[in-house]
Design a protein around this ligand. Structure first.
Ligand code: FES
Length: 125
């Protein structure tokens, strides 16, 4: 079996939603100390719905594919549904990741949660 699924290769070669959102409602940045990879997520949220999401990832192929897939999974979703996104769901949507690459999908889950936390902390009365 090939190391990476076709979906991983597709999202790595043609990542969706790359970039930044200047006036984002929530921004989250996380890193993995072991591999040194960094992921940053920007969310635009309107009436508790994620209307736009962009990311910048300085990392491995799996981290880029995971961030790309994660942005697709949460776009158009409600904040609370995006909060429930797990790295497993990201990896499954990519048709799997090698075991030693699962931490790359964890980075995507953490980056989204950090951006949502940022949004929530700014929007508490
Ligand atoms: Fe670090 Fe993939 S090797 S995120």
């Amino acid at each position: 079996m090939a190391l990476y699924s076709e979906k991983v290769m597709d999202h790595f070669m043609n990542p969706r939603n790359v970039g930044i959102i200047e006036d984002a409602d929530g921004v989250g940045e996380v890193g993995n100390a072991k591999c040194g990879d960094i992921m940053k997520m920007y969310l635009k949220i309107d009436d508790d719905v994620i209307t736009d999401v962009k990311f910048e990832t300085f990392g491995c192929a799996s981290a880029i594919a995971s961030s790309s897939m994660a942005t697709e999974l949460i776009k158009g979703k409600k904040v609370e549904d995006a909060m429930a996104l797990t790295n497993k769901a990201v990896a499954e949507a990519l048709d799997g990741l090698p075991d030693y690459k699962m931490h790359c999908s964890v980075l995507a889950e953490e980056a989204i949660r950090a951006a949502l936390d940022d949004y929530n902390s700014k929007n508490k009365a």
